[in-house]
Design a protein around this ligand. Structure first.
Ligand SMILES: Cc1ncc(COP(=O)(O)O)c(C=O)c1O
Length: 455
């Protein structure tokens, strides 16, 4: 019987695992194979991982790590969560994919769920994507459609990161990411981070007369890739007031901060972050599918929700029922298991524990919930990240002098105490070239060093 017999109803062939499972190998062997098979956009992998369970992952040599990065703020429920696994398997075994010529109950239920969590007003709608960059790409297109009264400019913040596709990259300020790909879509203007006066200038009559009206302002409530930098309380209120007055869209990029990461469903919902504002657009991805690729654009109110008309945007996979089932399961477990509360409790434990541990290498800890950065007193984040790996912790050197922690939302207090103990004792010699530093660390440039690069 050939495997082609299966679709006709015959049982799956006994050789399934031979078809799907890769052969075994050590970390070194897999790393070598990676170098010959995978495009070198990310540099060599720090480890090759084969399995995960809860907040732990294991590499191909059998070493266990406490995962404090969660696939860069993705695996909200940790690894191999039974509810998520069951939901994905059940949906794939029932109806795996349909085109967007058709709806599915999972897709519709997820859209309704997101609108409810967003407390979005009447007329609000959702567009589904597969990633954060695609969600921001859609938001950018919405901004272009908000062009009545001659609005041509899109404002974004210095330090902001919004993705790698051409539109999302145009909104991303980092020169090293942008410059090799110019010309990018035009009309984007960067304003100083957390600077209300600079924002007021960008909306001033002089700026509008000289450079055109503003179609949208795109902001991360907490800049993740820039090193976990929070906006001051009041910034988003000022941004809302200015955008509303000028007919510009206020787009909040909650790709990293959304879905419970900061201790509320969306970061802007915390009064000290959003001050009670209602945005026009929120983009989501990362944690939404608990590890399954899914993104979303939530458009608040009828005006924002109708900017993209029929035929003006599309995607083959966005809204796929398996992705939607993953997202529904993730949101359901976060609610059922009280994970927003856990994020706040365990986040405070990490923040206060690491900051108070008295390590002279640690200047302080910033961030909200389980999106934290440990600020170091020296630019040795790459060395600290390597020491963490050796000690069995996955962390991210998000800046030359800062370590990002974005663990699964299920992290327990005991696991957090293990992390505090690591940061209490980690040491890096004054000269990073000294013998205790790993020989594979010639640079701390986050665009080239695999231990410091971000998404
Ligand atoms: C705030 C923010 N927006 C957008 C993106 C891009 O998302 P993705 O990598 O899923 O395309 C990221 C990824 O790090 C992000 O942090």
């Amino acid at each position: 019987m050939s495997t082609l017999d299966h679709p006709t109803g015959a049982p799956a062939p006994a050789t399934t695992s031979a078809v799907t499972a890769p052969a075994s190998g050590s970390v070194a062997q897999w790393t070598d194979r990676y170098a010959h098979a995978v495009m070198d956009t990310f540099g060599p992998p720090q480890r090759v991982l084969v399995r995960g369970e809860g907040a732990y992952v294991w590499d191909a040599d059998g070493k266990r790590y406490l995962d404090l990065l969660a696939g860069i703020a993705v695996n909200a429920l940790g690894h191999a969560h039974p509810t998520l696994t069951a939901a994905v398997s059940a949906q794939l075994g029932t109806l795996g994919h349909v085109s967007n010529f058709f709806g599915t109950p999972t897709q519709i239920a997820l859209a309704e769920r997101l609108l409810a969590l967003a407390e979005a007003p009447e007329g609000s709608r959702v567009f589904f994507t597969n990633s954060g960059t695609e969600a921001n790409e859609a938001a950018f297109k919405m901004a272009r459609r908000n062009s009545d009264s001659g609005r041509t400019r899109v404002l974004a913040l210095q330090g902001g990161f919004h993705g790698r596709s051409m539109g999302a990259l145009a909104l991303t300020s980092k020169a090293a990411y942008r410059e090799p790909f110019e010309p990018l879509p035009g009309g984007v203007e960067f304003v100083a981070f957390d600077d209300v006066a600079a924002l007021e200038e960008a909306f001033s009559p002089a700026a509008v007369a000289e450079r055109g009206g503003v179609a949208a302002l795109v902001v991360e409530p907490v800049q993740g890739e820039a090193g976990v930098r929070s906006l001051s309380p009041g910034y988003l209120v000022a941004a809302r007031e200015l955008t509303a007055r000028h007919g510009a869209l206020l787009v909040l990029d909650e790709v990293q901060t959304g879905v419970g990461r900061t201790g509320s469903w969306f970061a802007y919902q915390q009064p000290e972050v959003g001050g009670g504002i209602v945005p026009d657009v929120v983009t989501l991805a990362k944690g939404l599918g608990g590890g399954f690729p899914v993104g979303a654009v939530v458009a608040y109110g009828e005006r924002a929700a109708t900017l993209l008309g029929r035929g003006q945007h599309g995607t083959t996979f966005g809204g796929n029922p398996v992705a939607a089932a993953a997202a529904l399961a993730t949101l359901g477990v976060i609610e059922r298991d009280g994970l927003l509360e856990n994020v706040r409790t365990v986040g405070a434990l990490l923040r206060e524990g690491i900051a108070g541990a008295g390590n002279p290498l640690v200047e302080g800890v910033r961030g909200r919930g389980l999106l934290l950065a440990v600020q170091l007193t020296r630019p040795v984040a790459a060395e600290v990240a390597r020491a963490a790996l050796d000690a069995g912790f996955v962390v991210n050197a998000v800046a030359p002098d800062a370590i990002r922690l974005a663990p699964p939302l299920i992290l327990t207090p005991d696991q957090a105490r293990d992390v505090v103990a690591f940061f209490a004792s980690v040491a890096v010699p004054e000269d990073p070239a000294a013998p205790t530093a790993a020989p594979t660390a010639p640079t701390t440039d986050p665009t080239t060093d695999p231990t410091t690069r971000s998404s």
